[in-house]
Ligand binder design. Sequence first.
Ligand code: ADP
Ligand code: MG
Length: 240
Amino acid sequence: MISIDNVSKWYGDFQVLTDCTTAVAKGEVVVVCGPSGSGKSTLIKCVNALEPFQKGSIIVDGISVGDPKTDLPKLRSRVGMVFQHFELFPHLSITDNLTIAQVKVLGRQPDEARDKGLKLLDRVGLAAHAAKYPGQLSGGQQQRVAIARALAMDPIAMLFDEPTSALDPEMINEVLDVMTQLAHEGMTMMCVTHEMGFARRVADRVIFMDRGMIIEDCAKDDFFGSPRSERAQQFLSKIL
Ligand code: ADP
Ligand code: MG
């Protein structure tokens, strides 16, 4: 579903990604972890064409992300992205947040979009909050709305960038539960997270990044059991 092949990226003179190669199969859940500044966010932003890269290739469901002929808005509409900060539209109701891109990007009828949005809102346990505004919801609730909003676009894959790291501890699990449910339903997912409990329970594979490179890319049990690199061992010993 997602194929990343020898991708390198520079910000000016600074090389932020070096020869990153990995792939995510349909239905697979991959957790990306590593120290702050190691390039995790940059890598998943490249997958969604939110950042350009200078070398290598990324193919998402057969579409080449780096190809200048690719319709990027269409590609982005097919890959859901959930960020650390919820990024709901503050001036729109929850219903409108769930509806607007379906209508504007996918051309759905407003009624159909609304039905779909409300169904997904129910699925993340927030049916009662449809008429509220983002500011009236807790951080965990807003993040669940953000996930529902991404799902409303019928994404072929979901990218998460530290979706729980801005949340108070008591709200982390409600978001992880939604992500876990999605994973069990077969969604293809790339999740940047330091929630190693989630990684252990839900991930198929773990990618460990350091200084712009993919240092480990292995089955979850191998990663937690015996990471090969010293850097991954050090990282795990600090966060577990
Ligand atoms: P991570 O998500 O692993 O913390 P990032 O992908 O955000 O890492 O950043 C990787 C490196 O790239 C960091 O050193 C960061 O300072 C740098 N960086 C990120 N965004 C930019 C930017 N827009 N311009 C220049 N450097 C950046
Ligand atoms: Mg980041």
